[in-house]
Design a protein around this ligand. Structure first.
Ligand code: NAI
Ligand code: HPV
Length: 526
């Protein structure tokens, strides 16, 4: 039974799903050295933001197949290191959207009405109505940085409260912003015009410290900023200084550069700063959503099925993936076949998607073909996660073309692989029942259902040659399952594909090429 290590607090609904297919160990709050010591036993890790999955942990995780992040941000996982090792990283892109958006809104209103400090004051026996006079958000301008899932929900709710909306997000269209009632502006305009700024961007090298001393200096003196996205997007020292100096009016933070926050100038501030301990996703509903979403994906991957929200595999909607799955198998088989025909190192691969496939998303098909191409050299070490990187590192030039008018079949894939001394081309399609058919080899039409053991020959089309090969195989006790010949012109060049029941015995290939008219023979094993 596979083993899953749950490293952070996960809702029991997720644990139940995992327990159906795996032994589940729950060990939260492990120091990195202890995690590194036990990770070799595990097939899967399930984490939240509390665990850092570094390259060291990934290297130690020799059995790891999947890392599941029960939430959105995967900045605590070394995704490139996982990809390099062929480990799938999945998250739950939508499970906590509402929770995070509502927390940002709660923080905005808390800043506007000083709720945390007023609550503290009443609990300490005081009645300070004058001290806690607030401001309305109605008709104020909210600047949304990052108009993705969470930012959009915040924008919709803020619109309903009568706020004016501006947004900065270089990756979304003005039409989408328009539909949300937002005016897209550049960052400087947003900093200068907003009364409230709310951050909903991932932490990346571009967004690190995007709110620094210079940005804070551009904000209105009474402006307030909310960070419910990631620590490190705001320069915390510069923010503490700006709040102390009155450069800006207030800040509410849920996330920090280093968590738990510990000693920080932020904790010494008054009612102008509101701090929560990374609670954005901490609602009962969101925790059930993310736990179920990620546990299902871990279960599926452990059962050999694809994950719906892998961050390091070409993404496809599950329905689209289901539709494409037979073609992925076809591409992988053709990749494997063509690499064996080429023999040595493949230097370039041309992938042509034909017929109805030409209008499809090609990336998963390309990855599948590369997986097949590399499987002879890398065996089970290559998978859908690392095939592209492995191909890139081996210097394989990949060219992708499309031909919607190639209409011999509904959809077909042509692979053309070039090695140092040989170049081969193979086309395949799917029959109605999803069965794979090879329809062309090196320009010769053929109709072969690929088999575990095959023999390919290139020969001159002349009387007697097929019989000679048949008797030769018979003399080595090789049973032929099927035989197909393809030629372009009578008595010209031809190809022959034999599917056989067992691997060819040693020495027989040498005998086959001695037969008059045979130019070349090679075996292929799937
Ligand atoms: N506090 C908490 O507990 C939670 C925090 N989060 C964090 O919230 C953030 C946003 O999450 P989602 O809305 O689900 O992500 P999303 O991917 O739907 O949206 C992110 C948006 O940021 C935009 N963006 C990326 N780089 C940008 C840049 N340099 N400048 C401006 N915009 C940029 C993207 O175009 C996208 O529209 C993530 O960092 C996530 O980790 C998410 C859930 C809970
Ligand atoms: O989903 C996210 O990105 C979050 O930040 C939530 O973090 P958490 O799962 O609550 O540790």
């Amino acid at each position: 039974m596979p083993k899953v290590l749950v490293c952070d607090s996960i809702d029991s609904a997720g644990i139940e799903i995992l327990s159906q297919v795996a032994q589940v160990d729950i060990k939260t709050g492990l120091p990195p050295e202890e995690l590194a010591a036990i990770v070799p036993e595990y097939d899967a890790l399930m984490i939240r933001s509390g665990t850092r999955v570094t390259k060291e942990i990934i290297d130690a995780g020799v059995q790891l197949k999947i890392i599941g992040r029960a939430g959105v941000g995967v900045d605590n996982v070394d995704v490139p290191a996982a990809t390099r090792k062929g480990i799938v990283v999945v998250n739950s892109p939508e499970g906590n959207t509402i929770a995070a958006a509502e927390h940002a809104l709660a923080l905005m209103l808390s800043l506007a009405r000083h709720i945390p400090d007023a609550n503290q004051s009443v609990k300490s026996g005081k009645w300070e109505r004058k001290k806690f006079v607030g401001t309305e958000v109605y008709k104020k301008t909210l600047g949304v940085v990052g108009l993705g899932k969470i930012g959009s929900h915040v924008a919709t709710a803020a619109k309903a409260m009568g706020m004016k909306l501006i947004a900065f997000d270089p990756f979304i269209s003005a039409e989408r912003a328009d539909r949300l009632g937002c005016r897209l502006v550049d960052m400087d305009v947003l900093l200068q015009e907003a009364d409230y700024i709310t951050l909903h961007i991932p932490k990346t090298p571009e967004t690190a410290n995007i709110i620094n001393a210079e940005a804070l200096a551009k904000m209105k003196p009474n402006a307030r900023i909310i960070n419910c996205a990631r620590g490190g997007i705001i320069d915390e020292a510069a923010l503490a200084e700006a709040l102390k100096n009155g450069t800006i009016g207030g800040a509410a933070l849920d996330v920090y550069d280093s968590e738990p926050l510990g000693e920080s100038p932020l904790t010494e501030l008054g009612k102008e700063a509101i701090l929560t301990p990374h609670l954005g996703a901490s609602t009962t509903e969101a925790q059930v959503n993310v736990a179920v979403d990620v546990a299902e994906q871990i279960r599926d991957v452990l059962l050999g099925l694809p994950a719906r929200s892998a961050v390091n595999i070409p993404g496809l909607h599950p329905d689209a993936l289901e539709q494409l799955r037979p073609y992925l198998q076809l591409a992988e088989t053709l990749g494997n076949l063509v690499s064996q025909l080429v023999g040595g190192r493949v230097e370039s691969l041309n992938i042509r998607l034909q017929g109805e496939l030409a209008n499809n998303q090609s990336q998963p098909i390309v990855v599948a073909a590369l997986k097949g191409l590399l499987s002879r050299a890398l065996r089970e070490r290559v998978n859908y996660v690392n095939a592209s990187i492995e191909a890139q590192e081996r210097g394989i030039r990949v060219v992708e073309t499309r031909d919607a008018n190639a209409c011999d079949y509904k959809g077909s894939i042509l692979l053309q692989a070039k090695g140092q001394s040989e170049e081969h081309e193979i086309t395949g399609t799917l029959l109605g029942d999803g069965e794979i058919r090879i329809t062309n080899i090196d320009g010769f039409p053929i109709n072969v259902s690929p088999n575990q053991h095959m023999l390919f020959t290139r020969h001159r089309d002349m009387p007697g040659i097929i019989g000679k090969i048949g008797s030769l195989l018979g003399s080595f006790n090789v049973n032929i399952a099927s035989m197909q010949v393809g030629r372009q012109i009578v008595r010209g060049d031809a190809v022959m594909v034999l599917t056989i029941d067992d691997p060819l015995p040693e020495g027989i290939l040498e005998e086959i090429v001695k037969v008059s008219g045979i130019r070349k023979a090679s075996t292929v094993a799937l």
